[in-house]
Unconditional design. Structure first.
Length: 147
C-alpha cells in the first residue's frame, strides 16, 4: 500500500469519527456553530502569564530530566569498539545539542509571552483610562431621584 493510499485511509477514518464541532485542517466558516473555535478565542493577561509560567515549568522539568553525561561512558574504548565509541559520542553530543535547543526554545517562548502579557496589560490599562476619561469629560451627573 502506498503512503498516499494509507494516508487517505487514515484521514477518512478520522473524518468519520469527528463531531460537527471538530474539523480537520480548517476552521469552520460559520462562527455560530456550537463548539466552533472561530470567535471563541479569548486572551487575557492572566492566561498569557499562566502559559508563560507553564513553559518555564516544562523547561525546568526537562532540565531536571536532562541526559546523563555518563550515559555514553560505557560505550567508550576500550570497553567498546572504537567505531561504536565514536558513534555513541557523536549521538550524545547531538542529543545534548537538541536538548539545550529545546530548553532555550521554551525559555524564549516564555519570555515572549511575558512581554506580550505585559504589553496586553498596558493596552488594557490605557483602554480603561480612556474610557474613564471619556466618561469624566463627556458624561453628565444625574441625581438618582431625577431619573
Amino acid at each position: 500500500m502506498s503512503f498516499d493510499a494509507e494516508w487517505a485511509q487514515h484521514k477518512a477514518a478520522v473524518l468519520a469519527q469527528q463531531s460537527p464541532a471538530m474539523r480537520l485542517n480548517h476552521v469552520p466558516a460559520d462562527a455560530s456553530t456550537t463548539g466552533s473555535p472561530a470567535g471563541s478565542l479569548v486572551a487575557g493577561a492572566q492566561s498569557i502569564n499562566g502559559n508563560a509560567n507553564l513553559l518555564i515549568e516544562i523547561a525546568a522539568l526537562l532540565h531536571e530530566g536532562r541526559p546523563d553525561g555518563d550515559a555514553s561512558t560505557m560505550a567508550r574504548a576500550p570497553r567498546a569498539h572504537a567505531d561504536v565509541s565514536a558513534q555513541a559520542l557523536r549521538f550524545a553530543r547531538f542529543a545534548d545539542d537538541q536538548f539545550k535547543d529545546t530548553i532555550n526554545l521554551f525559555a524564549a517562548l516564555a519570555t515572549k509571552l511575558k512581554t506580550t502579557g505585559t504589553g496586553f496589560a498596558q493596552v488594557d490599562d490605557s483602554t480603561a483610562r480612556n474610557f474613564l476619561d471619556n466618561i469624566l469629560d463627556g458624561g453628565q451627573y444625574v441625581k438618582p431621584e431625577s431619573k
